[in-house]
Design a protein around this ligand. Sequence first.
Ligand code: DOR
Length: 423
Amino acid sequence: MLRHLIKNAYVVDPSTGLEGKRDILIEGEKIKRIGEEVFEPEAQIIDADGLIAAPGFVDLHVHFRDPGQTYKEDILSGSKSAVAGGFTTVVCMPNTSPPIDSPEVAQYVIAKANCWGLCNVYPAGTITRGRKGEQLSDFFLLKEAGCVAFTDDGSPVMDAGIMRRALQLSAQLGVPILNHCEDDSLAEGVVNEGEVSALLGISSRPPEAEDVLNARDCILAHYTGGHVHIQHLTTALGTEIVRIFKGKGTPVTCEVNPNHLVFTEEETFRTGSMARVNPPLRKEEDLKALRSALADGTIDCIATDHAPHGDFEKGRIEKAMPGMIGLQTALPIMLRLVEEGVIDMKRMVQLMSTNPARIIGIDGGTLREGSVADIVLFDPKREWIFGEETNFSKSKNTPLWGKKLKGKVIYTIKGGKIVYKDN
Ligand code: DOR
């Protein structure tokens, strides 16, 4: 049986409360032992001096564009980006072509991911057929086919009656509903509504577009008992809405995209269409509120919303497709927040591993002895450039393209196998 022995890693595992220098012995797919001095002559040694070991990161929000738009990304290039970013598990959004609204498409995603075996890829099924917002998908069949959540991501579910029914089913099945909260009748433009949209003279998406659906979904979750997970939260008021409902014991969780924690709408002046994302980059006061909510526990997890697009789709901002790639830049952004004292390392790992694993109820997000060996080893100080030579995605749409970043994944181990190693 294959054995690896990780020597002298600084382990950070919020699921067990462990923080300290340890050796980790992996036997086959599992963690066999964690201790201060572990010996195993048969094992292959991984020298982790100066590295932090954490449970493999879990991303509840990625777009792998497969099937249908594989010129932007596919399951192989997406999986490679994921493991280079330290993610051992991702949840694929269903806004593919065709969408993941049938067991056949869900099984295609799972089979293709298993064929490469780099990263655990779970599909999210659509809430409505064809993501049209009219008829509910067959949740029972989709769950049986391996879907771990339901969402029409990219588009909100505008009909409150359909959302209510979806949440009732969620309560029955124990599967979360992830909603992209932006009311179509209010969010028609390309950037946040405010000074930037006014100065550039371009159409906008005001924060209330997001807040009204966030509040509606919390209310519906409150009455139905279904688990709503608010995707990519961006507004100050949004953090308060979630906080209020959490205080009432409503089954609501939420995520934030790391880019919304470091960029404001002003990034549009610097990188133009690269800063275009839905929901949009907001104001300084929103960024500050998100950072506080990250620190006080209101935000459950970070999710990259890795949204690859081709160069030709990122031309003039008014016409540009929304979205940024984010799997390889998430860790450096989060480490910057640790360095700035917004959160500590333990909270960072909770946001990237422990909590997202819990939200979809998978075996992961922990380094307990006997658990599956999904592990990331990273150097929080290593500087590197995110560009042609380091990018694994087929796309390069991010304001961080060509920038120097601090914090690098050195090894990613999935089910006991090394699936990424930094050169
Ligand atoms: O900016 C975005 N792009 N937001 C989304 O919710 C969808 C995503 C995409 O699919 O490109």
